[in-house]
Design a protein around this ligand. Sequence first.
Ligand code: PEP
Length: 268
Amino acid sequence: MLWTLSSNERLVYMNKNLRSAVIAGNWKMNKTPDEATALINEIKPLVADAGCKVIVGVPFIDIPAALEATKGSNIAVSAQNCYWKESGAFTGEVSAKMLKTMGVEYCILGHSERRTYFGDTDATVNQRTLGAIEAGLTAIVCVGETLSQREQGITNELVAMQTKIALGGVSAEQLSQIIIAYEPVWAIGTGKTATAEQANEVCAVIRATLAEIYGREAADGVTIQYGGSMNAGNAEELLAQPDVDGGLIGGASLKAPDFAKIVEAASK
Ligand code: PEP
């Protein structure tokens, strides 16, 4: 599916009546608990009037500090991974239920760094997703192609397949606990951003895939983010795309003023 939009058409903002805009920071393996508190305290006043959902995705050890620092604010806390079993002999893992018990609301799953360095596959992303929603978390499920896959022209099929596998067994009712993040692997942490047209095209493919499975109305209600070197300078154009409902932000989420600028762009 190719989208050829004129520059005027490009400034059609997402329909906030259908779904909410969500800006989530992915802090990756950064910040000690004290540093997390300091960063959240810096972000809080800057996003207090946000017209979108604001989330910070912190390392496991920062979760208590982040929950404390965000108390009474409009910022929600996300983990960056979870295991699907509730408890047991799974050394080094943290269950979705444990996160939920602490007060965590969101969990990033299937991030390309987890797929590349820690052996996550489409099948384990599906299990983690089912575990997360079963525990009552909202899963931020990451999908996206590598540069060579884009060059082979298989981006749309690949992303549709990743989406279908990740959501296997997820019911239409549970879709309210799903956010999809389209994150082209070649754009993550590289400073290379997908063009607004590329981002919108793939987000629209993801929405069409959801519509195939769950119907158009349900698909229209799902928040689909773009992630990959989104920053204070390019956020507005990316977020102006009709199928881009927010962002998953890595590097720029560690700088409060930049993160706040992205939140501001999503609030328009
Ligand atoms: C990410 O980690 O999900 C991400 C998009 O990183 P960055 O914004 O740094 O590219």
